[in-house]
Ligand binder design. Structure first.
Ligand SMILES: N[C@@H](CCC(=O)N[C@@H](CS)C(=O)NCC(=O)O)C(=O)O
Length: 201
């Protein structure tokens, strides 16, 4: 059984959602970043962490792609042109979509106060908007980014859309808005939320 360390309210949700999509059994160990149980598994103190067969894996994107490859679902096979295009969209999601959201979050509550710049939120919003225009040009006719198949970058983009909504970034309407609605309505996401309620300490 997979063991997931982290909290559903942060990037840990990507791994929980992924495991629900795959129908794989897992256990969530609720743990905040930088706590001893995380630092002993990930020197940067970040979550999520996944333990598979006692082996520790870090970084949500790498974990999700590993799970997709291992289970042979939600991914094009490695070494194919389709996979290269899929990985390109994953990288775009990390750099341009998550990058804008993470910049805003770091300067709101992650960095030590003396290193925060409050006005950076305007820059983050500008970058997020720019990323949304690029995404519109990258999407297929749907229902998902590469057509009928729901793949790893769809899940990551759906997670970023939820993150953006929670952080009060404006989500686009039109084709991208409709795409986000489809991804965020996945039953596996609803199951990941329902099955991993963590009481506030
Ligand atoms: N590249 C990592 C980033 C992980 C990350 O930054 N996680 C946040 C929670 S969403 C965290 O642990 N932050 C604590 C910190 O930055 O000190 C991933 O995708 O898993």
């Amino acid at each position: 059984m997979y063991k997931v360390f982290g909290m559903p309210r942060n990037r840990t949700m990507r791994v929980l959602w992924m495991l629900e999509e795959l129908g794989a059994p897992y256990e969530l160990v609720a743990a905040n970043p930088r706590t001893p149980e995380i630092v002993e598994r990930n020197p940067s103190g970040k979550v999520p962490v996944l333990e598979d067969d006692g082996v520790v894996l870090t970084d949500s994107i790498a974990i999700c792609q590993y799970l997709a490859d291992k289970h042979g679902q939600m991914t094009a096979p490695a070494g194919t042109l389709d996979r290269a295009r899929q990985d390109g969209l994953t990288q775009f999601t990390v750099d341009e979509v998550e990058g804008a959201l993470w910049t805003a979050a770091k300067h709101k509550f992650v960095l030590p106060e003396e290193h925060r710049i409050a006005t950076i939120k305007d820059t983050a919003r500008f970058e997020f908007e720019k990323a949304m225009s690029s995404l519109e040009k990258r999407l297929s006719d749907g229902p998902y980014a590469f057509g009928e198949k729901f793949t790893v970058p769809d899940l990551l983009l759906g997670h970023c859309a939820n993150w953006a909504a929670a952080a009060k970034f404006e989500l686009p309407g039109g084709a991208v808005g409709a795409y986000f609605d489809r991804v965020r309505a996945r039953p596996a996401l609803k199951a990941a939320v329902k099955n991993n309620v963590v009481e506030a300490a």
